[in-house]
Design a protein. Structure first.
Length: 502
C-alpha cells in the first residue's frame, strides 16, 4: 500500500502557538499529593516537590499548566491554600468526594511552575462563587502591593506579583455534575460580568470562557453560541474538552475518533464566526482546548473507590489510567489534529500531567516513570514548534462510525524557521499493512534526515509499569531517506513516527 504527501514551504496553515502543548493539573486523586508534592520522597526538594517528577516534566518543555481544576475549582476557596500550612483548613471536596488538606495552594504551585519552567493558567470559581471571589484572587496574584489582598500575598512570603495572564472563567459550567451548574444564559451573563470586572483591573488579561464539556452534550453547540453572544467582546478564547475511549475494544474505530475531534473544532470555529458576524465585531476568538486525553481505563476502579469508601479519603488513586501502545497512536492523532487546526486552536492542555489520566506516573516513596503516551506528547511539544504546513495527503482510507473516510496515514508537518528544520509526525492506522509513504519536499530540496523515531509494538495493549518502564518506548528508525526532493519512509502497521529533515 502507498501514500503520498506534498509539503510546500509556502503553503502554511498558521504559526503554531506554543501553548498548544500545555498541560493541566487538578487537585484530584494523587495529581498534586504524591504526584508533584511528596515531602518525604527521597527526591523531594526543600519545598517538598518531587525531583524525579520535575525532571520528567522539564523534558516535556510544557509551556503552560492549567490549575487548580477541573471540577474541583467549582467549590474551591483559594484562600484556604494560602498562609501558614498548619493553619490551613481541611475541606471536603464535593467534586471528587475526597478531603483536601490545602497543603498545596497557589504559592506552592507557582514555585513549582518556576522550577519546571512553565507559565501558570489559573481558573476562578464560578460555581459556588462569582465576581467578588474572582477579583480578589486576581488582586492577590497580580497586584504589586499596597492593597488588602496584595499585601496579604507579600505577608505570605511572595513580594513580586506573579502577573498571571491566562484566566479561565470557571470550568465545564454546562455539566449537571458541576457544583453551581448553570444554563447558557445564566453562565454567559456571569462570565461576562466576571470578565468585565477582571478587565477593569487589567485590560491585557487573556480570558477563557467555558464552551462545552464534550460534543455529545445536549446543549452543544447552542451553548457556545449563547455564551459567546454574552461574552464575545470580553473574552479571548472559548474552552473545549474531549476525552477519548476504546470501550468496545474496536481499534480502527477508536483511532477514527480524531475525525470527531476535527468536526468539533470546525463546528465551534463556525459558531465563533457566526457570533462575530452577528456582533459586527472585528475581534477574533480562539479555542482553548484545555482538557484532552484518553480516559476510560480507570473507570471501573474509580467506581469501586467512590462507591466503596463512603468516606472522604485524602488523595486516593482516582483516574489512574494505565496507558497502552494503542493510546500512543490516539494521542499522536489528537496532536496532529491540533497542529492542523493551529489557525483556531491557540491553547491546549493534556489532561492531566501527573498520575491522574497522565503521561507521568508515580509510586508513593518509589519511582516516577513515563507512560506510553508521554512520547508522542514529548515529540510534538519539543519538535512541533514553528509553522504548521498545509500538507496535501493522499492515502487510502476506511469507514468508521465517526466518518465515511478516514485516511490510514495521518500526518502533520511543522516548519521551524529558526533552525530550518521540518518535522513530520506520522501515524499509520492500518491493522496489518505497511504503507510506503513518499513526501514531496517543495522548497526544502537537498534536505537530509536528521532524526527518525519509531514507535511500534506487537501487542496493542502493552503498557509501561514501575518495574518495566520501557516496554513501550521510541526507537531510532532506519530507512527514511531523502532523494532530491523526495522523502520516503515506510510506516509499519499501527505505528507512530517522527521524521525530521533539514
Ligand atoms: O480531568 C478530569 C475532569 O474531567 C475534570 O475535573 C473535569 O473538568 C472534566 O470533566
Amino acid at each position: 500500500m502507498k501514500a503520498s504527501v506534498i509539503a510546500n514551504k509556502d503553503y502554511t496553515i498558521a504559526k503554531i502557538d506554543d501553548r498548544v502543548y500545555g498541560a493541566f493539573l487538578e487537585h484530584l486523586g494523587r495529581a498534586v499529593y504524591e504526584g508533584i508534592y511528596e515531602p518525604d520522597h527521597p527526591t523531594a526538594d526543600k519545598d517538598g516537590m518531587r525531583g524525579d517528577v520535575v525532571d520528567l516534566v522539564k523534558k516535556l518543555n510544557v509551556p503552560v499548566v492549567r490549575y487548580p481544576g477541573g471540577n474541583f475549582v467549582s467549590a474551591y476557596n483559594w484562600e484556604d491554600g494560602i498562609g501558614p500550612r498548619e493553619q490551613r483548613p481541611t475541606r471536603l471536596d464535593l467534586a471528587w468526594h475526597t478531603s483536601e488538606s490545602n497543603a498545596v495552594g497557589v504559592h506552592e504551585f507557582a514555585d513549582w511552575c518556576a522550577t519546571v519552567g512553565t507559565e501558570m493558567m489559573l481558573a476562578v470559581n464560578l460555581g459556588s462563587r462569582g465576581v467578588d471571589d474572582a477579583r480578589n484572587f486576581l488582586e492577590y496574584v497580580n497586584h504589586p502591593g499596597g492593597s488588602y489582598w496584595s499585601d496579604l500575598r507579600i505577608k505570605n512570603g511572595r513580594k513580586e506579583p506573579w502577573n498571571v495572564k491566562m484566566w479561565c472563567l470557571g470550568n465545564e459550567m454546562d455539566g449537571p455534575w458541576q457544583v453551581g451548574h448553570k444554563d447558557a444564559d445564566e453562565y454567559g451573563k456571569l462570565a461576562a460580568n466576571t470578565a468585565r470586572a477582571m478587565r477593569m483591573f487589567d485590560k491585557s488579561l487573556e480570558l477563557i470562557v467555558c464552551g462545552s464539556s464534550h460534543m455529545d452534550m445536549p446543549s452543544f453547540p447552542d451553548w457556545e453560541r449563547i455564551v459567546l453572544e454574552h461574552t464575545y467582546e470580553h473574552v479571548d478564547h472559548i474552552s473545549l474538552h474531549m476525552y477519548f475511549a476504546n470501550r468496545d475494544d474496536n481499534t480502527p474505530n477508536y483511532l477514527g475518533l480524531s475525525a470527531k475531534l476535527d468536526r468539533y473544532i470546525e463546528t465551534v470555529a463556525a459558531t465563533i464566526k457566526q457570533v462575530k458576524a452577528k456582533k459586527k465585531s472585528k475581534k477574533d476568538i480562539y479555542i482553548s482546548f484545555d482538557e484532552w486525553n484518553v480516559w476510560y481505563h480507570s473507570n471501573k476502579k474509580d467506581r469501586e473507590i467512590l462507591d466503596g469508601n463512603g468516606g472522604w479519603p485524602h488523595a486516593p488513586g482516582l483516574l489512574e489510567d494505565i496507558y497502552n501502545f494503542e493510546d500512543v497512536l490516539m494521542v499522536g492523532l489528537i496532536l496532529n489534529t491540533f497542529i492542523r487546526r493551529s489557525d483556531v486552536v491557540k491553547i491546549a492542555c493534556i489532561a492531566q500531567l501527573v498520575n491522574v489520566i497522565a503521561p507521568i506516573m508515580t509510586e508513593k516513596g518509589g519511582p516516577a516513570w513515563a507512560q506510553t503516551i508521554y512520547y508522542p506528547y514529548y515529540f510534538a511539544s519539543v519538535f512541533g514548534r514553528g509553522t504548521a504546513l498545509q500538507l496535501v495527503t493522499n492515502s487510502p482510507g476506511y469507514e468508521t462510525t465517526h466518518a465515511k473516510d478516514t485516511a490510514f496515514v495521518d500526518v502533520s508537518g511543522v516548519h521551524n524557521e529558526e533552525d530550518g528544520t521540518l518535522s513530520f509526525f506520522l501515524v499509520n492506522r492500518h491493522t496489518s499493512e505497511s504503507i510506503e509513504t513518499e513526501v514531496s519536499l517543495q522548497g526544502f530540496e537537498n534536505a537530509t534526515v536528521i532524526d527518525h523515531q519509531v514507535m511500534t509494538h506487537p501487542d496493542l495493549k502493552a503498557v509501561n509499569t514501575a518495574r518495566n518502564q520501557d516496554e513501550v518506548a521510541p526507537k531510532k528508525g532506519s530507512g527514511a531517506k531523502v532523494d532530491g526532493d523526495r522523502l520516503s519512509v515506510v510506516l509499519p502497521p499501527y505505528s507512530y513516527q517522527m521524521v525530521r529533515v533539514k
